[in-house]
Design a protein around this ligand. Structure first.
Ligand code: MET
Ligand code: ZN
Length: 764
């Protein structure tokens, strides 16, 4: 019998219940009991849903109020003294580590937050130091297992594995010489103890995620798998059966490191890399099971049942039905909760889609077909085949004019007219900026008022003219504020944008939108990625009106603000019927028209944000990665190279460890990079010979905390020591949309004043 399995389910709730309560808790509007009640409710619903769908292996401990990696850090006491010294409750420590905390007697910044592999989820990076003393602080996984059991549902707890936990963490400030993986032997007994408690509670098996198996790993990390899992196998107490889960890529290069480990089975992602079946199956011992991840945990398209079944059948043929499990490729955390409430979607397109809830059925149906034959689910298979065929032949997906334009892209289109040095001279004349110019990354606080008005407009309660007037007022306020505080390159504040990708998607042909398709990005920040269904083009200008209006209010340069082609692609659900490269090129051409239109309208500083460029980088070195870098860079250049030398192109990056070579290749005149939480010296040096101009973020915009002017001066000082000062800009890490106005005012005032100190210091 082939069992069905789910690696994790979205925890946010179909109506974003988790966000609403967490934010209410932060605002002091609900107490911890209410927060926990909502959490419990969500878990109960998710388990019940999976049970009702007939899923055999249902996960628990996939729930989190903020981030599941952070939760494990707390459970294992990976909590720096700067947090633990306040003796906050577990949940408040979690939030302090996730988002920083500043209130009476407490002032502590957040831990670094980084991309979860190549997804748009972010985890809070564990920080290890010589003084890290692992111990079991709580038994979250046990508690949630028992909670499900009390509901009559047997679950398989999920934990991040010890090797990945260490490897994905970093050395804390006070212990920069520490290599976290060296702590493995200290961590293992605590980890084993945790597993023993899970077994004692009655759990027969656990899913241990070791997602780093799809990365290029140093030898000592490869060797750590053997150390870890042999230790666990030999532990004095009984532990649950372990399935090691890998996802998002190719595990083959690390197969030697896990082959023969004393565990019950392995899970691999066959949506991403179906070719790995042969080798990973051959590496199993005769008792080990193979969990075949075949229903896409990362995208919204219906699984192709026939294609999926073929892979499952191939696995069966190799190792026998009883050792095969049909599973989601990864946790479903990365997909929206359900398609049921999408009443506005074009029914033709809706029929091509499958969200987390629908994917439960897919896993169950494919497992059934693998167990009892396709006849047992004949109707489901027939309907699926019809839907797959309908999409392949639909006119929605193909626009010959767009295809033609992509075909005719020339080398000249991906090159600015002159080299940077020449452009710089033109820009100096055109823009007349001081040294250490200050700017922001684009968005200003998205206030309740903005959201209310946008909602009213969407619902038709106010007219387009009324809404436009409201937006103009907002822009005017933001411009006025920036002039008062003394910023040099202004922005219009992006009040008209619900989201930096959605806004563009709504104005481009080829995208569709959901009403409730939210996916967690980090903490209580969720995004509703647009879905690219067809060839992309720009019917009309998208941002010119707002930027032009903003420029009319000030004599300072107004920065136009666009989301780059790769980011539009990465933060949407992409098509799986044409290549990502083709989609990026289509987007780049549409954006090129917009950039040129902005310039024609008198906007001479234009920022094209590419925060997602890093996350798209294939996880391993090799041809696929080289190819990505090439088309990602070319798409950016295609969108920005149509302008004159005097027009200054900015780009912006946040969240992740970037490769300076890739950023350099974009040839933007100015780049801004998230930086404030990177206190390690190596980051300061990383971009120090960057040839064009650069602004390293001086404060964390994810935190309500207001750094003092002195703190910001110290930040600038640390940069000035290493970088040519005439190349430097001063800016925050990223946009301010999630901040409150009072925080923003204080933060920017301190930032501008700190920059002025340096401007004076070096003027002569
Ligand atoms: C995630 S990058 C965000 C850039 C955008 N221009 C903003 O300021 O919001
Ligand atoms: Zn950003």
């Amino acid at each position: 019998m082939v069992l069905s399995s789910v690696l994790g389910f979205p925890r946010i709730g179909a109506q974003r219940e988790l966000k609403k309560t967490t934010e209410a808790y932060w605002a002091g509007k609900v107490d911890i009991a209410e927060l926990e009640r909502v959490g419990k409710d969500l878990r109960a619903q998710n388990w019940a849903k999976q049970q009702a769908a007939g899923v055999d292996i249902i996960p628990s401990n996939d729930f989190s109020y903020y981030d599941h990696i952070l939760d494990l850090s707390l459970s294992l006491n990976i909590v720096a003294e700067r947090y633990s010294k306040y003796n906050l409750s577990t949940i408040d420590t979690t939030f302090a580590m996730g988002r920083g905390l500043q209130r009476e007697g407490v002032d502590v910044p957040a831990n670094e937050m980084v991309k979860w592999f190549d997804s748009n989820y972010h985890y809070v990076r564990p920080t290890f130091s010589h003084s890290t003393a692992f111990k079991l602080n709580n038994t979250k996984a046990v508690d949630e297992y028992l909670e499900a059991k009390a509901q009559g549902i047997e679950t398989r707890p999920v934990l991040i594995g010890p090797v990945s936990l260490l490897f994905l963490g970093k050395a804390d400030k006070d212990s920069q010489d520490l290599e976290p993986i060296s702590l493995l032997e200290k961590l293992l007994p605590i980890y084993a103890d945790y597993l023993a408690k899970i077994a004692a509670a009655g759990a027969a098996s656990v899913q241990i995620d070791e997602p780093i198996l799809v990365l290029d790993l140093p030898e000592n990390v490869q060797a750590a798998f053997k150390t870890a899992y042999e230790f666990l196998a030999n532990y004095q107490a009984t532990l649950p059966k372990i399935t090691i889960a890998s996802y998002f890529g190719d595990a083959r290069p690390n197969l030697a490191a896990i082959k023969g480990l004393p565990v019950a089975g392995f899970h691999y992602d066959f949506v991403r890399v179906p070719e790995q079946l042969e080798e990973v199956a051959a590496a199993l011992t005769p008792e080990q099971t193979l969990s075949v991840g075949i229903v896409d945990g990362r995208n919204v398209w219906k699984a192709d049942f026939a294609k999926a079944l073929k892979i499952v059948e191939a696995a069966k043929a190799k190792i026998g039905a009883d050792r095969v499990v049909v599973a989601t490729s990864s946790s479903l955390l990365h997909t929206p909760v359900t398609l049921e409430n999408e009443i506005k979607l074009n029914p033709e397109i809706k029929d091509w889609l499958s969200f987390a809830t629908q994917k439960l059925d897919e896993v169950v149906i494919i497992a059934k077909a693998a167990t009892h034959g396709v006849e047992s689910v004949a109707a489901e298979f027939a309907a699926n085949a019809a839907s797959i065929a309908a999409r392949a032949s639909s006119s929605i997906t193909n626009d010959p004019a767009v295809r033609q334009r992509v075909e005719s892209i020339t080398a000249d289109q991906i090159k600015r007219k002159s080299a940077f040095a020449t452009r710089l001279e033109e820009q100096k004349k055109n823009l007349n900026l001081p040294s250490f110019p200050t700017t922001t990354i684009g968005s200003f606080p998205q206030t309740k008022e903005i959201r209310i008005n946008r909602n009213k407009f969407t619902k038709g309660e106010i007219t387009a003219a009324e809404y436009e007037k409201f937006i103009e007022q907002e822009i005017a306020e933001v411009v006025k504020f920036q002039e008062e505080v003394g910023l040099d390159v202004l922005v219009h504040g992006e009040p008209e944008r619900n989201d930096m990708v959605q806004y563009f998607g709504e104005r481009l042909k080829g995208f569709v939108f959901t009403q409730n398709g939210w996916v967690q990005s980090y903490g209580s920040r969720y995004v509703r990625p647009p879905i690219i269904v067809g060839d992309v083009s720009r019917p009309a200008p998208m941002t010119v009106k707002e930027s032009k209006f903003a420029q009319s209010l000030t004599s300072k340069p107004m920065k136009g603000m666009l989301t780059g082609p790769v980011t539009c692609l990465r933060w949407s659900f992409p098509r799986n019927d044409i290549s990502p490269k083709q989609q990026a090129q289509q987007l780049a051409l549409a954006l090129r028209d917009e950039v040129n239109d902005l310039e024609a309208a008198g906007i001479y500083v234009i920022q094209v944000d590419e925060p997602a460029i890093r996350e798209g980088l294939p996880l391993r070195a090799g041809a696929e990665r080289d190819d990505y870098v090439k088309y990602a860079v070319e798409s950016f250049r295609l969108s920005t190279s149509g302008v004159e030398d005097k027009t200054q192109i900015h780009s912006h990056f946040c969240y992740s460890d970037l490769d300076p070579a890739h950023i350099k290749a974009l040839d933007a005149d100015v780049v801004s990079i998230e930086f404030s939480k990177k206190d390690d010296n190596k980051y300061i040096e990383e971009f120090s010979n960057y040839p064009n101009h650069i602004g390293l973020g001086v404060f964390d915009i994810h935190s309500p905390r207001v750094p003092s002017q002195e703190e910001l001066e110290a930040k600038i000082q640390s940069i000035v020591g290493v970088y040519p000062k005439e190349n430097l800009w001063v800016n925050p890490d990223c946009g301010l949309k999630t901040r409150k106005w009072d925080e923003t005012k204080k933060q920017l005032t301190n930032m501008v004043n700190a920059a002025k100190i340096y401007r004076e210091k070096y003027s002569s």
